[in-house]
Design a protein around this ligand. Structure first.
Ligand code: RUQ
Ligand code: CUA
Length: 651
């Protein structure tokens, strides 16, 4: 090695060492400004370098999990769509998660991931996401990165303005994108104005995460688009944008773009709670499903609910107000202080920012323009806090950095515009490639954003990536916001359409990540705790196979006595108790999907053999050096045959 080279290496080491010392030195001086009994703490901006990014899959129905700043994808969490890789929606245990009042619905359009909060700060317990098409809200457990619950929203025509939260995750909100007859009935579409209504729903979230529709508010038949909960002084309120206040039912692109201003609905949900407690609601008969996954039984359960409490604004004064907002507003975003409510008017030439304190004064002084179906419309001049001029064309969504700035995505001019809260001046702008929809600052819609980055979530990527046929990837872009000027760092493609995304420091989730399911806690009725309990039981033409897996064999791995047309249930328990040792299962001709069973879990797949013969089965996940040996045979005999059930391993 020559001297010059050695010197370069030594200098390199010194730089790395200095970085490590600085890096970890600064991690130690974490500013713990708030905490709770579960040990969740908020750590000040700038302290964290690594984040998890959760993106919505849009029409894929799932959630993508990425690391920041690398932009590398770690996982797709199956939520609303069947996923044969994980048997989600194919295994007997997971099928109930897809139950709705319309039957088994194995797909949805997922738009807005939203991290649970304590005290207005993301706490890392769960992430929620809405299903837009067959109105639903899902809750994903962030210890397992697995969908834990899906609840259907009744009396809704499409759940877009969802699942935004109140400050302590008291409620998940859901507002209907499309107004419909409520309760739904067979009427002429042209009777829209007299028959169609909207609803704004509040879904209670219990301490353990269980969801239940607490109440709904019946609102005029507009299109309700997005939402955000208040925080700090505005805690107790939630805000919902609406468009199509024209109440058009055809050619909306023209007919719903007539009015100069539409509305943000401000809902006083604490007041709503009082009205509910006083019994001032109507009980509507309906049907909706709540599905949840039991981690001990390793299976999902479905329950149908039949009634819902509905509040009527006319009968509940003070419950809801309209803030006039130009023009066909889309996003509604509340700044970290809770005072400012920014609206993204798709067709507006300014970003309108309402003031919460002015709104409260205007309510007190009854500064109303008019009243619609019992909902007072406040005077625009009375509630306006500021207008950001020259915000780009087609402003949609705003996130905040916690340092006094808002960042707004502008779809048509394809850029992010940075503006100062209070002076409302635009201080910086950066192009996005191309046609940005949502954007995300880690914690950027909470009381204490972590700042550092803004992630642009783009709809179109023409010429940015290699062509892949008629459809090109969607993408995200990572932009550094730690200085005065925004700096583009990285592009990365995303799975599905990233409508919205949320990010949280890696440290908060990492330490809670579950490694295995303890086998002694496995309460699956068809699970087994040891290989000696493996067996095959015939009940008429139904056969239950109680099977185990451990490196590197199945028990049993030879099965005879199965007959053509039998309904064979493979109940497979993975006996491993080591992190990251799932085993798979697939048998030739299996008509649905593989199983991928986590350590300590039991899963079931059903198979109906249609032809006699000998069927190999095997493990699909490369689990050890002898993975290829992890296999077996099933003998299938003709329908009337008298081959007895026999089974075993190593005999
Ligand atoms: S939307 S691009 Cu579904 Cu949230 Cu605004
Ligand atoms: Cu088990 Cu491969």
């Amino acid at each position: 090695m020559n001297r010059k080279y050695l010197k370069a290496v030594l200098v390199g080491f010194a730089v790395v060492a200095a970085f490590v010392i600085l890096h970890y030195g600064c991690q130690e001086s974490k500013d713990l400004t708030t905490g709770d009994e579960a040990g969740r703490v908020y750590v000040a901006p700038g302290t964290y370098d690594e984040f998890y990014l959760f993106t919505s899959g849009g029409f894929s129905g799932q959630i993508g999990v990425y690391g920041l700043p690398s932009g590398r994808m770690f996982k797709v969490i199956p939520v609303f769509s069947q996923d044969p890789e994980k048997a989600w929606g194919y295994s007997e245990e997971s099928k109930p998660m897809f139950m709705t009042s319309h039957g088994f619905v194995p797909w949805d359009d997922a738009h807005h991931p939203k991290l649970s909060q304590t005290d207005g700060i993301a706490d890392g317990r769960w992430i929620f996401i809405n299903g837009n098409n067959t109105p639903r809200v899902a809750r994903v457990d962030l210890t397992t990165f697995k969908t834990a619950e899906i609840i259907e929203i009744p009396n809704s025509g499409g759940n877009h303005g969802s699942p935004f939260l109140t400050e302590n995750t008291e409620y998940v909100v859901a507002s209907t994108r499309f107004s419909v007859p409520i309760p739904d009935k067979d009427v002429a579409i042209s009777s829209y104005k007299e028959n169609f209504k909207g609803t704004i729903s509040f879904v209670k979230v219990a301490k353990d995460g269980a969801m239940d529709v607490a109440f709904q508010i019946l609102v005029p038949g507009f299109n309700y688009d997005l939402a955000h909960g208040g925080k700090g002084p505005s805690h107790g309120w939630a805000f919902f944008t609406s468009y199509n206040t024209e109440q058009a039912n055809t050619l909306l692109e023209v007919n719903a773009s007539q009015n100069d201003k539409d509305f943000i609905a401000a809902v006083n949900w604490k007041k709503a709670e009082e009205y509910v407690a006083q019994g001032k609601y109507k009980t509507f008969n309906t049907s909706y499903f709540r599905n949840y996954f039991d981690e001990k039984k390793h299976m999902a359960f479905s329950e149908e609910k039949k009634t819902v409490k509905v509040l009527i604004p006319e009968e509940c004064p003070g419950l809801i107000y309209y803030l006039p907002t130009p023009k066909s507003p889309h996003g509604v975003d509340v700044d970290p202080t809770g005072e400012y409510i920014a609206a993204g008017g798709k067709l507006a030439s300014v970003i309108v920012v309402h003031s919460f304190s002015k709104m409260m004064k205007a309510i007190e002084n009854k500064e109303f323009e008019t009243t619609i179906d019992g909902i007072p419309v406040l005077k625009y001049e009375s509630v306006i806090g500021g207008e950001v001029n020259n915000p780009g064309l087609g402003p949609l969504h705003t996130e905040f950095d916690g340092n006094g700035y808002g960042y707004t995505s502008s779809f048509i001019s394809s850029e992010i515009v940075k503006w100062k809260i209070g002076t409302w001046e635009v201080v910086d702008r950066i192009p996005a490639y191309y046609s940005i929809g949502h954007l995300c600052v880690p914690g950027g819609d909470t009381r204490k954003p972590w700042g550092k980055y803004v992630i642009a979530l783009n709809k179109i990527t023409k010429d940015r990536y290699l062509p892949t046929g008629p459809e090109l990837t969607q993408s995200a872009q990572l932009i550094d916001i730690s200085g005065d000027k925004m700096k583009l760092l990285l592009d990365f493609p995303t799975i599905g359409e990233p409508h919205y995304a949320q990010a949280i420091p890696a440290d908060i989730l990492m330490k809670n990540s579950k490694k295995i399911y303890p086998i002694e806690e496995n309460q699956h009725p068809y699970g087994i705790k040891a290989e000696k309990d493996a067996r095959v039981v015939r009940e008429g033409n139904v056969v239950h196979v109680y099977m185990s897996q451990i490196r590197t064999h199945f028990a049993p791995d030879n099965i005879e006595g199965i007959k053509v047309g039998d309904k064979v249930y493979f109940h497979i328990t993975n006996l491993e108790q080591d992190w990251d040792i799932p085993h798979g299962f697939a048998v030739k001709g299996l008509q649905n999907s593989e199983l991928l069973i986590m350590p300590g879990a039991t899963e079931t797949i059903v198979w109906t053999p249609l032809k006699e013969g000998v069927y190999p089965f095997y493990c699909t996940d490369f689990c050890s050096a002898l993975h290829q040996e992890m296999s077996g045979y099933i003998r299938v005999s003709p329908k009337g045959s008298n081959v007895a059930i026999t089974y075993g391993t190593g005999k």
